[in-house]
Design a protein. Structure first.
Length: 554
């Protein structure tokens, strides 16, 4: 472990970041500490529905009894492929019933899953397979051509198409050493950074179960609850919020192959879902295409969980005013399992609106019980109410570390907390709780003439301009100030805005230094598979303005 995570001092700092007196009680209240115990308890649920899968007109279902049976079959397959406790199996899946079957089977025998995003290029996938030391990899039939291209560079992996018969192999006898434990590794999720090698986030069974249990309690999920999964199940949001949490609650999940705004409301009504977990881009898509909403009865629908990307005040307000359902905004990272903070569900309408709309940024809520949060300066000192610094987290849902990246672990856990790399602040609420806000990635801050500018703050102004569908502030290299502020804008259909109008509207709200100096119009914004904007991919569009000096004409 020392070789893969860091030296003794780093391991001690990680240990302090993964436990605190404030969060330890969450483990005492955790009903299941391992997945084999959880699945064993769910075996009595019988014919009650766990999964309702939708892919266009195609539909299939899994009852709890069928789930348990399929998981047992998958366990035998994994063992035949050499997967056992402490081993790793990679998965190349799109959203499909095979996902929870495979994940739960691996965790039941104490193995770890390495979910792979099929939208990554072959070189990156091969790196993940090598770096994670996966001994086997499962894939769906539709990925067969992709796997064949990967075969030459991944000969060390034993590949298997889940639609094919299991290979013949003697199943090893069970021994006490094979019984899964709470701190057994369960997931290695690789970050989707645009530069450098991706980092493998190591999460344990306890990490997954404690964070999912917090979400069950936060949202009041039970046996009759039904959530919808529209996000990729290779990412912690789709895994924890909409696969594990319903299993813990004994409820059910509607799993869609992919998100479609055009049939969302009809599907939500027909399946009786209460909660759906989304990212801000999906809220924008629903505003642009509201087909099926008008006149639709949704008596069971409660709210949207939203995180994993920059939600603006303007988008939140427009969405809630248009559809009448709350956005329960939250924040988290793969490194903290999933969600670390979230707006309380029980806020009054006035309180909810206030925290979403009245502080310049929509609040990401208060910390969930498994972790503490704070705002620190660069030296690890806590900062007071309202002062911007780095969001830091510690608690029982913090990762074990980055796999085989000791230097990254030393930096990330430098002050006995997990350092998120996100800038933010908090405000003390009238209820005595601290409500947090995120103002941008520290690495995405635009540094103009030595002054740090938050791109999220400029995004807010851009997106509030009538006629702007989506707008992003982009920092680009500039000879005179190091960096300057640009704007990438997508217009609503029929909008007649030009660059001068956009710049004029920004100057009405922002000082010259913060205001965009140039506007580039486009029809698409690059996003990750989980809906996060790839702001850095837009920077090359502004290269021609490197030598231009912009002056305040006022």
């Amino acid at each position: 472990m020392t070789l893969t995570l860091g030296d003794e001092a780093t391991l001690e700092r990680i240990a302090r970041a993964r436990a605190s007196e404030a969060t330890a009680p969450c483990l005492d209240g955790l009903p299941f500490r391992t997945f084999d115990a959880l699945l064993g308890a769910r075996a009595v649920a019988g014919e009650r529905s766990y999964l309702d899968f939708r892919d266009g007109a195609e539909r299939s279902e899994l009852s709890y009894a069928q789930l348990i049976s399929r998981v047992a079959e998958r366990e035998r397959l994994l063992r035949a492929l050499g997967v056992a406790r402490g081993k790793r199996v990679a998965t190349l899946f799109v959203n499909d019933p095979e996902v929870p079957i495979t994940y739960f089977a691996a965790w039941s025998i104490g193995a770890s899953v390495v979910p792979i995003n099929l939208s990554e290029d072959d070189e990156r996938i091969a790196f993940v397979l090598r770096n994670s030391e996966a001994c086997a990899a499962l894939y769906l039939p539709q990925a067969r051509d992709r796997v064949e291209k990967l075969n030459d560079s991944t000969a060390f992996v034993r590949w298997h198409d889940v639609s094919a018969p299991s290979p013949a192999a003697a199943e090893p006898a069970s021994t006490p050493a094979e019984v899964p434990q709470p701190e057994d590794e369960a997931l290695i999720v690789y970050t989707s950074g645009t530069t450098g090698a991706p980092k493998g986030v190591v999460l344990t069974q306890q990490n997954l179960l404690v964070d999912a249990h917090a979400l069950v309690l936060w949202h009041g999920l039970g046996e009759h609850s039904r959530v919808m999964c529209v996000l990729p199940t290779h990412h912690v949001n789709g895994i924890v919020v909409t696969l594990i949490a319903p299993l813990l609650a004994g409820g059910s999940v509607v799993l869609t192959r992919k998100f479609q705004a055009s049939n969302f409301w009809e599907l939500a009504a027909r399946t009786g879902v209460e909660i759906v977990s989304v990212v801000p881009t999906l809220l924008a898509f629903l505003l642009e295409d509201a087909r099926g909403y008008e006149g639709r009865e949704l008596p069971r629908f409660r709210h949207f969980i939203c995180g994993a990307g920059p939600l603006t005040v303007e988008l939140a307000a427009r969405f809630e005013d248009r559809f009448g359902f709350r956005i329960v905004h939250g924040y988290g990272l793969s490194e903290t399992t999933c969600y670390s903070s979230m707006l309380p569900v029980a806020l009054s309408d006035a309180e909810h609106r206030g925290w979403l709309r009245e502080h310049g940024f929509p609040s990401i809520g208060t910390p969930l019980p498994p972790n503490e949060m704070a705002i620190h300066d660069a030296e690890g000192n806590p900062l007071p109410d309202g002062e911007r610094g780095e969001i830091v987290i510690r608690g029982v849902n913090v990762m074990r570390g980055y796999y085989r990246r000791p230097e990254a672990n030393a930096e990330t856990f430098a002050h006995d907390w997990f350092r998120s790399g996100d800038e933010g602040f908090f405000r003390r609420g009238a209820d005595g709780r601290d409500y947090y806000f995120i103002t941008g990635r520290l690495k995405e801050l635009i540094i103009r003439g030595g002054v740090n500018l938050s791109p999220f703050e400029i995004d807010e102004v851009l997106n509030a301009i009538p006629g702007v569908a989506r707008g992003l502030a982009v920092g680009f290299e500039n000879k005179w100030y190091g960096e300057e502020v640009g704007a990438y804008v997508m217009l609503e259909p029929g909008a007649a805005l030009d660059e001068a109008a956009i710049l004029r509207a920004c100057r009405e709200k922002l000082p010259f230094g913060k205001s965009p100096k140039v506007v580039i119009f486009g029809s698409d914004i690059p996003v990750t598979s989980t809906g996060k904007y790839r702001r850095g991919h837009l920077v090359p569009l502004f290269a021609e303005f490197k030598d231009v000096q912009y002056r305040d004409a006022r």
